[in-house]
Structures are given as C-alpha cells and as structure tokens.
Design a protein around this ligand. Structure first.
Ligand code: SF4
Ligand code: SF4
Ligand code: SF4
Length: 397
C-alpha cells in the first residue's frame, strides 16, 4: 500500500499525485490521465468555447444576419461534431472512444439535426413554452424528460450525463485541453453541494410550468433561463482555471435532478477492496473530482449523486476493482462490468456488442425519420400536442 495519501479524502493512495502537470501530451494521442497541451491548442479550444457563446448571444440579443448556422444556438453542436471527430480519432482508451462515438452521434442527431431541420412541439404535461421542444431531455414537463428520469433510475446518470448531454459533449471534446486544471481536494469536493441551490430554483420553475403563465411566472422563467445559460457559458470560459466540468459539478440543476435518481435507483460503482492496490488512478482520471478510492474504502461502493457514469475509472482500474452496477446487475448478478468487460465490449469482442451498435444506429435513424414525418405530415406548430392531448383525454374518459 502506498504511503502517500489521497488528497481529497485522506484515504491511502495518491501515488500519482502531480502526474497532471508532469508532461505535455501530443494532441493526437489522448489518454485518460489528463496532461498538458501546447498553448496554441488551448487557445483554439478557448476560441471554440467563445464562438459557441457568441452563437447563443447572436440568436438571443445581437441578431447579426439571419441566424446563420455558424452563429446561432446550433453552432455549439457543429463545434462538438468538428472537435468530436478529432477526439474520437485521438482517444486511446477503447471504452472512452466508444462513449465519444455515442455522445457525438447523439448530440449531432438528437440535439442538432432534428430540432434544426424538423422542429416540432413535443407534448407537455403542463403549459409549454414557445420554442420547439423536441428533444428537450432537460425541460421539466416534456414527455422525454420523464422517460429520461425513468432510465436514470434504472441505469444511472450515464444514460444522459455521460453519454448524451451536449454540455458534456462540448466539454469532452473542446474542453479536453483543460482537464488537467480540474479542481481536486477536500474543498473542491465539498463545493459540489452548491448545485442544490440551482436545483431549488429549477424545482420552482418546474412547478410554475404546471400552471397557466402570468406576468410574474413569465418573468421568473426568463430570469431562471439566464441563471442557467450564463453560468453554462461562463464555466466554459473559466475552464483554464477550474477544469472542464465546472458546470456539471457545481451548477447544473438537471445533473442534480438526475443525481438524486442516481442515488436512490439501481446505479452505483462496486468496489472490491481486496484486489485494489490503492494506486489512485481512479481519482486521477475522474473529471468530476470524485474521491473514488476514498469512498470505496469508506463505504465499499461509490454511490454519490455526482457520478455521471463516464466509466473512465472503471475502464482504467488495472485490477478490476471497480465495476458498474445497475438494474442489469440485479437481473444478471454473475456479470461483472469491470475493466475487462468494458474493454471487451468496446473492442467488439462481446457477442452483444455488434447487435447493440446496429440497434443504436437504427434508433438514431428512426428518430430522424419520425421527426421528419411529425414535422412534415402532422405539422411543426401545435398539432402534435393537440392530437396527443386529445387522445390522452379520450383515454382518461
Ligand atoms: S450535469 Fe447537467 S450539463 Fe452536465 S452532463 Fe449532466 S445534465 Fe448535462
Ligand atoms: S480502485 Fe483500481 S484504480 Fe482505484 S486505487 Fe484501487 S486499484 Fe487503483
Ligand atoms: S467516478 Fe468514475 S464513472 Fe463516475 S464520473 Fe468519475 S470517472 Fe466517471
């Protein structure tokens, strides 16, 4: 066992302390342990963050041109696709590479192409806003939001945060250059509670959406929107100081919502203290600053609301001491989702890997085709929710 201590928890470990700043890495070979990159590369990443912010500013306040794709709210997704192709090519961890393929595909199809090319209103439980909602996986009241909540209960935050959220999309691609700045240590870990203040504001917004809008609630929702969006972009621009996951760690009310279900549902990481040699790699690769080793030693599992299920720690633990646990573990307890299994899946060696890849590609194609049909055949305005609410009223009677 290492004589060094884990910086976050005081638990044994931390052999790798200082590895972040030790060596500059070539941008063409990216690994789970964060390293420094050359300053022109960091400058390019910061410029891409600023460009994404400008796109949102232009659509909201500046109105330069006619919301061109290179300067509107979808610009961020185009940037994710561009940087994503480079990240996927350069990533050395096969499991993270697979995750990036899923993440960039979901952002490109579900968050970008569908709302941009085939906008339509998604049915709401409550009173909708004035923008096309689909696929508003984050907006309380939408059908897809509740579907995501149910999935998080079964599989943890990985169904959205680790694998499908555009916020992580831009931070995993553009923000990769700033991973070595991730805040760590006891104070950085305690600061995670700040997100519950944003969660409280979010609950109030969700409750207001259930009632007909009035002047007061419209003002609150407008201010709440700014409270979400401005820190979202500010945390990108602060990445050189705080690392690439500042928003997810400290500010995101959606992440807090999903985190509660992470905590009370089936998801956690199993920890095998007998095989663990306290090397500290799991702590070092976690961009959420979670003291994985300390929690494992203390509780025998990692079941915090903050784990977004990226799998970096699991897929890098050479001793197989960490494993994903979710509803599938209850149904098939003999299957251990540790490093060996994750890497076998990512390399296509598991029999289920290929059918799953085809099912995923088919799901994206089906979503695109169905959105085209909804938008063209049913209409891009209010027909869809009207039809569906009428159908549900019929069923209710
Ligand atoms: S914490 Fe929030 S912003 Fe981050 S990945 Fe999850 S939902 Fe997206
Ligand atoms: S769980 Fe794995 S990565 Fe973490 S300290 Fe133990 S052996 Fe190292
Ligand atoms: S604890 Fe592991 S799976 Fe969870 S966010 Fe950190 S690295 Fe990812």
């Amino acid at each position: 066992m290492s004589a060094a201590t884990n910086r976050a928890t005081g638990a044994p470990g931390g052999r790798l302390a200082g590895v972040y700043r030790a060596k500059a890495l070539p941008a063409s070979r990216q690994r789970s342990l964060a390293g420094r990159y050359a300053w022109p590369f960091q400058f390019l990443a910061l410029a891409a963050f600023a460009w994404a912010f400008l796109g949102w500013l232009n659509e909201t306040w500046l109105f330069v041109g006619d919301n061109p794709i290179w300067l509107n709210r979808y610009t961020e997704y185009a940037i994710i696709l561009g940087f994503g192709v480079w990240r996927i090519t350069a990533e050395q961890n096969p499991y993270t590479k697979k995750r990036l393929i899923v993440l960039v595909s979901v952002v490109s199809v579900i968050w970008w192409l569908i709302p941009w090319l085939f906008p339509f209103f998604e049915p709401y439980v409550g009173y909708p806003g004035a923008q096309p909602a689909f696929p508003d996986l984050h907006r309380p009241g939408t059908i897809s939001f509740f579907v995501v909540l149910a999935a998080v209960l079964l599989f943890g935050r990985r169904v959205i945060c680790g694998w499908g959220c555009p916020c992580v999309g831009i931070r995993e691609t553009v923000g990769f250059a700033f991973r070595h700045n991730t805040l760590r240590g006891p104070w950085a870990w305690r600061l995670r509670h700040s997100k519950w203040a944003f969660f409280a504001l979010y609950l109030a917004a969700g409750a207001l959406l259930m009632f007909p809008p009035n002047a007061w609630s419209a003002s609150y929702l407008g201010i709440f929107g700014l409270i979400i969006v401005l820190p979202y972009f500010a945390s990108m621009l602060l990445s050189p100081l705080i690392g690439n996951r500042g928003y997810c760690r400290y500010l995101c009310p959606y992440g807090a919502t999903f985190g509660i279900l992470n905590r009370v549902g089936f998801y956690h990481l199993d920890f095998d203290g007998d095989s663990c040699n306290d090397c500290g790699v799991c702590d070092q690769v976690c961009d959420m600053g979670i003291p994985v080793l300390g929690l494992g030693r203390e509780k025998g599992r990692i079941d915090v609301a903050d784990c977004m299920g990226c799998g970096r720690c699991v897929s890098e633990c050479a001793h197989g001491s960490l494993a994903f646990h979710d509803v599938r573990s209850v149904l098939s307890p003999a299957v251990v989702r540790n490093r060996g299994r994750l890497r076998a899946w990512a390399s296509g060696r598991l029999p289920t890997a290929r059918p799953q890849a085809w099912a995923f590609a088919g799901m994206l194609a089906l979503s695109l085709a169905a959105s085209w049909w909804f938008s063209g055949a049913i209409g891009g305005e209010n027909e869809l929710p009207t039809l569906l609410s009428s159908a549900s009223l019929c069923l209710a009677h």
